[in-house]
Design a protein around this ligand. Sequence first.
Ligand SMILES: C[S@@+](CC[C@H](N)C(=O)[O-])C[C@H]1O[C@@H](n2cnc3c(N)ncnc32)[C@H](O)[C@@H]1O
Length: 274
Amino acid sequence: MNDYELETAEYLKFGLKIFQVFRFDDDDEIHCRQYWNYCENPNNGVWADMGSGIGTVGYYLNKFAPDLTVYSITNSDYQHKYQTNFFKEQNNSRLISLKESFLHTSLENSSVDYVSFNESFGYEDADLAMKESSRVLRSGGKLFIKEILKYENFKDNKSPGGWGYNVYSGKTIISSAEQHGLIFKTIKPLRGSVLEYLKFMRSSKKMQEWHPDLKFWEFPEDRRSWCAGQGINVVENFVIDDIDIQHIRMGIPRQNLTKLQKKFSHVLYCFEKQ
Ligand SMILES: C[S@@+](CC[C@H](N)C(=O)[O-])C[C@H]1O[C@@H](n2cnc3c(N)ncnc32)[C@H](O)[C@@H]1O
């Protein structure tokens, strides 16, 4: 069973309607508006939100830009049912729920202006996700990926917690996009926090039970000082890598990043379909 068949109800029990670790604001509308700003405020066309959760992001995108048609795509039954009811209540034909894998959607070739992944890209193979994104995007269409940032010599890895989430390096994301005619445009560091998610993980006994190896709420003091010595920033028991994003594309090794270093944990990649 998909984790989200169980976990969606748990998120909702704690009042969370956006399933993202990294947030711009605790308020959903402010968070989504900030996201829309990072995407440069598209105000019409067709948007496919891949791995949409319960459709909260899609709902707000259309609220900010009523001429946007949004397909909210999830492989979870629970989420699809929730979205379908929610969108029906809005009585808005521009909000559409699809229960499909984002690797094989029913969207037609070149039919979409924007594709987004909000902390969902890592659930699948990068190459296949890029292939499908490229297939559905029209020429000049944009792909946005909100992801954890990993430096160019980071080896692609699974995230802790047992979700099977792939943490891809910037190099993997950019090179797999370009193999599918998706040209790298920008990578934006995101300003926000993981605190809301941490509060949830600390409060939910079920989440702790389902993800026993996620121990970041008990980050030991000696580990904290070790991290500080390595130049790794620890925010509220959560480790954040230290990286200057400008260097990912140029392939400059991490040890050469010194003075220009800033602290970012999540970024928004933007690509354009050729
Ligand atoms: C971390 S949640 C993010 C949810 C959503 N983007 C949000 O902002 O609330 C990951 C989402 O990806 C979905 N997902 C994972 N693999 C998928 C796949 N192959 N096809 C469609 N959705 C998928 C999950 O069901 C879940 O909705």
